[in-house]
Write a protein that binds this ligand. Structure first.
Ligand code: NAD
Length: 297
């Protein structure tokens, strides 16, 4: 078992650190929030006063921070100057591909091995240890990270070189955002045409229109498996986080001259939904905005 530094003990990181403790690792935890530190202590982590204290002497360093600017700052100021050369550096935050590659290159220049390992799965999966990790880095970096990530997830997949984990994450979520919007507007049309929505689900979920957004996460209450739609769109994956991922995807598309019109449309619609106050609502709740817009016409 390893001595692991964990920085960023928020909604996701709190549960992830707890699962490392459960697996027998010694976890040195740091967050700027006192509440997050108290929760980490309750879960068996040793809390420390700053990131440098967490990192010093650690065999693995895991970060779960809000965005690229936090990751760049924590690695530049605390992790890279103080990590042991033998430590494996694992950033699980969802950030832009360019920053992920830049931080990994700076770590490599300092003789350190770093991987990006963003996750699929929300707070329940972080608490339950059932996340999916998509990892970018060298083969050696992946193998060393996998031993640590196994304690927090159900699948750990090597996506490619540095930044490939972030690239896979934002491509997946761009597809998810676009198919969710398409699923919502399809149900709005089906309703306007007088179709029984359960009947339409039974047909389309076994026909060529089938997608995960329809069969595993149906945005219509009472149709398909139980989803956040059945809980008034509470819990699940917040629309503000979907918007964050769509913005990262559109930024990557611009930087790489990729043509992504459906991703752009999904970004605009989620921006409008968040501006209307839907940021905390599950991302399938955008069906309410789509149906309201339809009714307003
Ligand atoms: P969060 O805001 O709940 O947690 C982030 C934590 O980082 C906070 O506790 C904050 O105090 C801490 N932090 C910020 N700057 C710090 C610093 N300099 N030093 C130490 N701690 C610092 O966010 P979250 O929901 O846990 O998400 C974390 C990451 O995971 C994000 O990149 C997010 O996009 C991604 N993600 C979230 C979900 C989800 O459902 N919440 C799902 C998949 C991926």
């Amino acid at each position: 078992m390893a001595k692991v530094a964990f920085i960023g003990l928020g909604n996701m990181g709190g549960g992830m650190a707890a699962n490392l403790v459960k697996a027998g690792h010694e976890v040195m935890a740091f967050d700027l929030s006192e509440d997050a530190l108290a929760r980490a202590r309750d879960n068996g982590c040793t809390t420390v006063d700053d990131a440098v204290a967490a990192v010093t002497g650690a065999e693995a360093i895991v970060t779960m921070l809000p965005a690229g600017k936090h990751v760049a700052a924590v690695y530049a100021e605390s992790v890279i100057p103080n990590a042991d050369k033998s430590a494996i550096l694992i950033d699980c935050s969802t950030i832009d591909v360019a920053t992920a590659r830049d931080v990994a290159a700076k770590a490599a220049d300092a003789g350190l091995t770093m991987v990006d390992a963003p996750v699929s799965g929300g707070i329940a999966a972080a608490d339950g240890g059932t996340l999916t990790f998509m990892v970018g880095g060298t083969e050696d970096g992946f193998k060393r990270a996998e031993v640590i990530l196994d304690a927090m997830g159900k699948a750990v997949i090597h996506a490619g070189d540095a930044g490939a984990g972030q690239a896979a994450k934002i491509c997946n979520n761009m597809l998810l955002g676009a198919t969710m919007v398409a699923t919502c507007e399809t149900f709005a049309l089906a309703k306007a045409l007088g179709l029984d929505l359960q009947k339409f689900y039974d047909i389309s979920s076994q026909a060529s229109g089938q997608s995960w957004s329809m069969t595993s996460y149906c945005p219509v209450p009472g149709v398909g498996p139980e989803t956040p739609a059945d809980r008034d769109y509470q819990g699940g994956f917040a629309s503000a986080l979907m918007l964050k991922d769509l913005k990262l995807a559109m930024e990557a598309a611009r930087n790489n001259d990729a043509y992504t019109p459906m991703g752009g449309e999904a970004e605009e619609l989620y921006q409008r939904f968040v501006d209307l106050g839907g940021g905390g609502v599950d991302f399938s709740g955008i069906i309410q905005m789509i149906e309201d817009s339809w009714e307003a016409k």
